[in-house]
Design a protein around this ligand. Structure first.
Ligand SMILES: C[S@@+](CC[C@H](N)C(=O)[O-])C[C@H]1O[C@@H](n2cnc3c(N)ncnc32)[C@H](O)[C@@H]1O
Length: 251
């Protein structure tokens, strides 16, 4: 069970890379870039099990069955997942399924998008004197609704990082406004760590308009909190340039 990191292949861990190099079978998700194919055994079997926009991938149940089948038939299977397998990645569900059949599982952590995507855009999730904690929340729960935790987080001074939340931006903005946070800085970063990354920075008041002008799509991370303005625009731009992110001004 290997975390691939947020996108750019060189953000996988050394342990993850070693597992990939020796794998007999690799099953990968939609958020995993195909560069890993250059690092596997030529005879390795590769299954793309990702769900993408407009195309249905395999169901979780089918994936569980496929991993089990591959493990029994071929031995060393790498289940390669975007970010970290245990951060909204259903990693433990897969582990538990395999454990029932006596399959040995090793977890290899990945660099999660919740910290690294803001970081690569020059935004630290904590900063002394500015943010003492951060919440990582899903914008989309099992039944498709926004997590009620967003309401709780909006009552704190914590940095709030929302994954899978782009389609819920209006709801999120209303919750933060209802808590008096009209001027709270917000950043939304799409495809962090990748050459086609985009970033829009604003405040709770104007982020919706800015986002619709620029057209941000999933996968994207929403960061709300004073940490967004800790770095001057110049610093953000330098960081952005290095990481090939397109910045659309903080005001
Ligand atoms: C199913 S969750 C998986 C999260 C993953 N396990 C992790 O630790 O990053 C998918 C969500 O992660 C976020 N995400 C993952 N990679 C991203 C990236 N490179 N840039 C922006 N957001 C990303 C998006 O919010 C996306 O909708």
């Amino acid at each position: 069970l290997v975390g691939a990191g947020p996108g750019s292949f060189d953000l996988i861990t050394l342990r993850g890379l070693n597992a990939l190099r020796s794998a007999d079978v690799i099953l990968f998700d939609a958020l995993v870039e195909p560069d890993f194919l250059d690092h596997i055994k030529p005879e390795a079997i590769v299954h793309d099990v990702g769900k993408r926009k407009g195309a249905n991938g395999k169901s979780q149940e089918d994936i569980n069955v496929l991993i089990l089948e591959m493990a029994l038939k071929h031995g060393h299977v790498v289940r390669l997942k975007g970010g970290d397998p245990f951060v909204f990645g259903r990693g433990m569900e897969e582990w538990q399924h395999l454990a029932q059949f006596g399959i040995e599982v090793e977890y290899i952590p990945g660099v999660s998008s919740c910290i690294s995507v803001p970081g690569l855009a020059g935004i630290p999730v904590t900063h002394r004197g500015s943010s003492e904690s951060f919440w990582v929340i899903t914008g989309t729960t099992r039944d498709g609704s926004l997590s009620p935790d967003v309401r709780l987080a909006a009552q704190t001074k914590a940095t709030v990082v929302i994954l899978m939340g782009v389609s819920k931006l209006s709801e999120i903005v209303e919750i933060f406004k209802a808590n008096g946070h009209h001027d709270l800085p917000v950043a939304i970063i799409q495809n962090g760590s990748l050459p086609f990354s985009k970033c829009v920075v604003g405040t709770v008041k104007n982020i919706k308009d800015k986002t619709s002008k620029i057209g941000i799509e999933s996968p994207a991370v929403i960061v709300l909190g004073s940490v967004v303005k800790q770095y001057s625009e110049k610093q953000i731009l330098t960081s952005i340039e290095k990481n090939a992110v397109q910045l659309n001004g903080y005001e």
